[in-house]
Ligand binder design. Structure first.
Ligand SMILES: [Zn+2]
Length: 188
């Protein structure tokens, strides 16, 4: 639960043993590092779980909270380990791209990440749908918008990406979970 300081959720460590692991290697990571949350309920009876992998990605913080509690705190989850991409050694989540696009009024949260590998280097192209009214604008303005998206993506993701603006409705919609990623590296 979260306390009034709102510095993340306190985990009741007398009942749950939390760990953060590297989702690829399974290695346990120190406090403060981003990884997959693993729980072992210490007092649960009848159906014990040992090191249950939640697939949720977050960080744990061990410094005592301003409220006085010394229980470990977990941050808001940033994504699912199943969705995590490693591009040029950097962990990238489609949800990060989504948050950038939601903050910009010109774009829609419809996007597609295309990951590939050229000359042993990972490439990332992000196709972004933009709002109808911005498509009638001049090429110069579209170019300005493209550059702003590129800068916002670079500062959030920590890597640069090629941005391709597409017309509204061009990115395929699906009934279930939207397909946000095409990773062509997997064919190699
Ligand atoms: Zn607290």
């Amino acid at each position: 639960m979260e306390c009034h300081c709102q510095k993340g959720m306190h985990i009741f460590e007398d009942h749950f043993i939390p760990e953060i692991i590297n989702p690829e290697s399974g290695e346990v990571l120190p406090y403060g590092e981003l990884g997959e949350l693993v729980f072992t309920p210490a007092t649960k009876e009848a159906m014990p779980l040992i090191r249950y992998r939640t697939r949720d990605l977050t960080r744990l913080h061990a410094e005592p909270c301003e409220c006085g509690r010394t229980l470990v705190r977990m941050e808001k989850c940033v994504g699912r380990s199943d969705d995590m991409l490693i591009i040029r050694g950097v962990n990238v989540f489609p949800s990060q791209v989504e948050s950038v696009l939601l903050e910009m009024s010109e774009t829609r949260p419809h996007y597609l990440l295309v990951v590939d590998r050229e000359n042993n280097l990972d490439t990332l192209e992000i196709r972004v749908e933009i709002e109808e009214q911005f498509f009638s604008d001049e090429v110069k303005e579209l170019e300005g918008l493209r550059k702003r998206i590129k800068a916002n993506i670079a500062s959030t993701l920590g890597i640069s990406a090629t941005i391709r603006l597409v017309e509204p409705g061009t990115i395929e919609r699906s009934m279930g979970k939207a397909q946000r990623v095409i990773d062509n590296r997997r064919r190699l």
